[in-house]
Design a protein around this ligand. Structure first.
Ligand code: Z5A
Length: 208
């Protein structure tokens, strides 16, 4: 009998909604529940492609909007062999941003959304997408925007509108305006369900 695979669980959401905080807590909690789990963050700034992305986000270089879009996408594709191996070995992957961020951010610059989706077609499809919402005034209280590209309120509003267009009916929309622990309890419950449900299912391709 084939052994159970891990679940691919993606956290997306508006800026400062707590994605990274929740991803890290979720990995630890799943491990405490006896599940194998690993954190993956996109962009992964540790690779050669990720290093160019890091320079771009830090305003150290300029790139054509579609060129940087393709680099974000390539940064996901270069992770796919490792992701597939871990999933097949039974490790659940908790992913901090994915292709949805890729499309929502580039399309907020005015590029066609379908064209933006194209380079991510066929990536492993998440078993669960948790989308964290937070009113802009609450997000502003959490931390100042730093100096990175895209950290401007009007741009972030366009990104949030694009996420609404990309939203699929099985996404779990979670109000992030709760304490870190309240939010974690809710997210852990959703994740445990996904781990059980996806264990015997094939990994499907995204947007196909
Ligand atoms: N980008 C792109 O253009 N294309 C792509 O394909 C991808 C990304 C994948 C960098 O991403 C940029 O790349 C990002 C999108 C773009 N641009 N922007 N803006 P990143 O993942 O490195 O994003 P980030 O900007 O570093 O993360 P974030 O969205 O700002 O934060 P977060 O992960 O959602 O939140 P956090 O770091 O967990 O928490 C933020 C603060 O709030 C922190 O001080 C926490 O202690 C606090 N916090 C967290 N939870 C709570 C609760 N519940 N209550 C109160 N305070 C809280």
């Amino acid at each position: 009998m084939a052994s159970a695979r891990g679940a691919l669980i993606v956290l997306e959401g508006v800026d400062h909604s707590g994605k990274t905080t929740q991803c890290m807590k979720l990995v630890e909690a799943l491990k405490k529940h006896g599940k194998k789990a690993e954190l993956i963050r996109f962009p992964d700034r540790t690779t050669a492609i990720g290093s160019v992305i890091n320079d771009y986000l830090g305003n150290k270089c300029e790139l054509h909007d579609f060129a940087i879009h393709l680099l974000f996408s390539a940064n996901r594709w270069e992770a796919v062999p490792r992701m597939e191996k871990l999933l097949s070995e039974g490790t659940s992957l908790i992913v901090d941003r994915y292709a949805y961020s890729g499309v929502a951010f580039t399309a907020a610059k005015g590029l066609d959304m379908k064209r933006c989706q194209h380079s991510d077609i066929g990536l492993p499809r998440p078993d669960l997408v948790i989308y964290l919402t937070l009113p802009p005034e609450e997000a502003a209280k959490r931390s100042e925007y730093g100096g990175e590209r895209y950290e401007q309120t009007d741009f972030q509003e366009k990104v949030a509108e694009n996420f609404k267009v990309l939203q699929e009916k099985d996404w779990k929309i979670v109000n992030a305006n709760q304490t870190i622990e309240e939010l974690h309890t809710h997210i852990l419950e959703l994740a445990m369900e996904a781990v059980t449900k996806s264990s015997c299912q094939p990994i499907l391709p995204l947007w196909k």
